[in-house]
Every structure is written in structure tokens, then in C-alpha cells.
Design a protein around this ligand. Sequence first.
Ligand code: NAD
Length: 244
Amino acid sequence: MSMNLPLAGQVAAVTGAASGIGLASARAMVEAGARVVLIDRDGQALERACALLGSTALPVVLDLLDPAQCATLLARTLALTGQLDIFHANAGLYVGGDLVDADPEAIDRMLNLNVNVVMKNVHNVLPHMIGRGTGDIIVTSSLAAHFPTPWEPVYASSKWAVNCFVQTVRRQVFKHGIRVGAISPGPVITSLLADWPAEKLAEAKANGSLIEAEEVANVVLFMLTRPRGMTIRDVVMMPTQFDL
Ligand code: NAD
């Protein structure tokens, strides 16, 4: 592995890495020279992903909605790699449509994964990063947090919460050499869009607003390769139509 690659010598952990944005982010980081721990509850998809990415991609099967399993994320990463430089908190669920029609258990699962798990995992990895005096944390948020629409109130609120978390934690930890940023894509072609209302998906397709997961991964890499000493801030990937 060439030491000239931008992430050479670094270790990353990416949640929700068996598919979609997480897989694209993990691939981009592997190609940029990092060793990457791919974390997901889907063990078979994770094995397939790591087989494709090569020996610097390491699978860890975890159901992040199980608090006991979630609490092992850092320990299991360190057992494989000995260090953690980059944490991409990406795993998330989607609940859209009218609030009155939503399944309360689905709302609970979504809020737990999109908000609680993100906060707990960041809380978990920070002492390790503070101890080393360096680290980068990226949270996958959403355009929905910046331009909330009436057809996804709970999802938009979950991403609003993590945006606020990112903006506040960033200011606590920058003095320790740790950078925290959120990436907020509009609609991305992944399995998550299967839960979108059909008419919204058709609208996004028709106006050219859909993007590929690889485009999000490229922006994550751009954020991570900003010169150290500069915050990585937040990136909103504006689609053709902002109220999607
Ligand atoms: P995806 O469904 O392709 O990927 C999500 C991954 O998370 C899957 O591999 C799934 O197995 C994993 N996962 C789900 N629950 C888990 C759990 N309990 N424990 C461990 N892993 C779990 O979806 P995606 O679009 O790549 O979503 C990734 C992130 O991007 C989410 O936070 C989502 O809110 C955000 N996002 C997606 C879009 C979009 O349009 N696709 C837009 C903006 C933001």
C-alpha cells in the first residue's frame, strides 16, 4: 500500500457498511489507503463486501439496535486494528409518510438507530481519539434536516437532532485534534429509497435529483482530506429540487 495515498496508515470504522452509502464510503477509504472496519447487521452482505474490497476491509457483524452489541463497537474494532482514526456513523433507517399512519415500533427503531446509536457510538469512540490526540468523525445526516418536508416529519427530526449533535460536539473536541462533520445528501440511489413514497421517487427521477452513493463517498473523502488544523464543517449536497 503506497504511503502517498491520502489515508495511508489510518484506520476507519463505517457503520451500515454492507450496502449503499456506507459501502461506497468504505470502498473510497480503502482505495485512499485506509484499513477499514465495515460494521453491519447483515453478515452475508458484509462478507461479500469485504471479499470485493480486499484484505484491508475487515467485517464486524453487529446489530447496532442491540445495546449490548452496540457497546462493543470500539473494542471489536481495536481488537482487529489496534487504533481508530476515522469513524463514519452512517447506519440509518427511514420512516416517511403521514405520521398518523406510522408504526410506533418503526418510529422507535428509526429514532434509536438514527439518533441514540449515533450519539452512543461517538461517546464510545471519543476517549480513544482524545487519548491519541487525533481523529475524524463523519455523521450521515440528510437534506431532510435542512429542508424538512411535511411528508417525513420523524425522519427529518432525527437528522435535525444529529446535525445539532455534530455542531455542538465539534466545538467540544476540536481542541483535542478531533474533527466532526455531517454530510447531508439529497436522495441517493440505495435500498433506503424503497421506503419512499412512489410519487416522490418518480418526481426525483424526473427532475434529475437522484445521485449515486459513490458521489456521497467522494464528498466524505474530500471532508476527510481537508488539511488537519481546519474543521471539516458540514456539507449539504443540494439536488435539483431542494424540497425532496
Ligand atoms: P441502505 O439501506 O442501503 O444502507 C443501510 C445499511 O445499514 C444496511 O446495510 C443495513 O443492513 C444497515 N443497518 C440497518 N440497521 C442496522 C442495525 N441495526 N445495525 C447495523 N446495521 C444496520 O441505506 P443508505 O441510503 O445507504 O443509508 C445510509 C445512511 O444515509 C442513513 O443514515 C440514511 O438516513 C442516510 N441518507 C440516505 C439517503 C438516501 O436517499 N438513500 C439520503 C440522505 C441520507
